[in-house]
Write a protein that binds this ligand. Structure first.
Ligand SMILES: Cc1cc2nc3c(=O)[nH]c(=O)nc-3n(C[C@H](O)[C@H](O)[C@H](O)COP(=O)(O)O)c2cc1C
Length: 201
């Protein structure tokens, strides 16, 4: 199974990207893992009225990586109680054929005690047209500055996060395998039946 970890901070060398790199390097039973740090890319801004994606090689590369993945992890810092614009932009840009019926684990990060809002936001209203499937397990990385900084965990909070990440990756892998026949059926029907109901309600 192939994993794609996408971190959505707007800040280079962000704390969110730090956690994404940890996950990418500790992929558990995933055969492959890749990490995209959205702030490193010059992606176009979503525009419903034009063919804005066609001339963007950066977008074509990102779309190809999403297409190849069997499971995604979407990570966003909580900023002013909301998910990052870069992660929302990515979801708006994504094509159904690349995303449909793939499991996604959502991750919110916070320098303090928060981080739940962006997970709730993405779960509720950011996935409809992608048909990505948010798995039940999710991560909220609190006090993010204090974790995953060293090779070994430095305290109980750091250790429990590492163990939860490992568990979540195992579950995500199970969902990725379970969804293979559903994705095959989607591909077979996409041009006819599926495209008629592409946008949900
Ligand atoms: C402009 C700004 C607004 C923020 N708002 C919140 C917030 O509403 N809730 C919260 O828990 N943390 C907030 N934070 C802290 C970030 O969540 C924390 O820095 C983040 O998890 C790590 O950001 P990074 O990945 O860009 O380094 C804010 C940070 C910035 C810079």
């Amino acid at each position: 199974m192939k994993l794609l970890v996408i971190s959505g901070s707007h800040r280079k060398n962000s704390q969110t990207a730090k956690v994404a790199k940890y996950i990418n390097n500790n992929k558990n039973s995933f055969a492959e893992s890749k990490h995209i740090d959205l702030c490193e890319l010059d992606l176009p801004f979503w525009d419903a009225m034009s063919d804005y994606k066609a001339d963007s090689p950066v977008w074509h590369d990102v779309a190809a990586q999403i297409n190849e993945a069997d499971a995604l992890i979407l990570m966003t810092p909580e900023w002013a109680g909301t998910a990052s614009p870069l992660i929302k932009n990515l979801l708006l840009m994504s094509d159904l054929a690349d995303t449909a019926h793939k499991p996604v684990m959502l991750v919110g990060t916070s320098s303090g005690i928060s981080g739940a809002y962006p997970v709730a936001e993405l779960r509720m209203n950011a996935l409809k047209n992608t048909k990505l499937i948010p798995v039940p397990d999710y991560l909220i990385v609190r006090y993010i500055d204090q974790v995953l900084n060293m090779e070994q965990a430095v305290d109980e909070h750091d250790e429990s996060l590492r163990q939860r990440i490992s568990y979540c990756l195992e579950m995500l892998n199970s969902y990725a395998q379970a969804m293979l026949p559903v994705r095959a059926q989607f591909k077979a029907q996409h041009q006819q039946l599926q495209s008629k109901y592409a946008y949900g309600m």
